[in-house]
Design a protein around this ligand. Structure first.
Ligand code: AMP
Ligand code: ZN
Length: 114
């Protein structure tokens, strides 16, 4: 998608601090971290949100969760714990319309979130 911020990161047109990559998935540090560790995991393919997932994207959707496991281990927060979040549309607080999973850790998370 031409005008999508995260597609530009995938294409290398905008710099990002990349911490994880395989052929389908990219993980990079959030530019405005809300926790000591705040990483975003995205599919390289442009999908707007959870609402736009197709049945054929099921494997890719699972890869986001699997990548969160690997990243949490690499970053040393797996045993203490972490939070994974996908915001969807306005009420969910989505601001970038390329599906992404937040991984946040390094501090005690509150529940319920605001
Ligand atoms: P959301 O509000 O769930 O759509 O999350 C979008 C996230 O993208 C926010 O946490 C932003 O801080 C983050 N973000 C925006 N621009 C960039 C960028 N260029 N590089 C890394 N993270 C970004
Ligand atoms: Zn995109």
């Amino acid at each position: 998608m031409d005008n999508c911020l995260f597609c530009k990161i995938v294409k290398g047109e905008i710099p990002a601090d990349i911490v994880y990559e395989n052929k389908d998935i990219l993980g990079f540090r959030d530019i405005d971290p809300k926790a000591p560790l705040h990483i975003l995991i995205i599919p390289k393919k442009h999908i707007e949100s959870i609402n736009k997932l197709k049945i054929s994207d099921k494997h890719l959707a699972g890869e986001l969760i699997f990548a969160s496991k690997e990243i949490a281990k690499n970053e040393g927060i797996d045993s203490k714990g972490f939070r994974t979040i996908i915001n969807t549309n306005e009420d969910g607080g989505q601001t970038v319309y390329h599906i992404h999973m937040h991984i946040m850790g390094g501090r005690q998370m509150k529940w319920p979130p605001g």
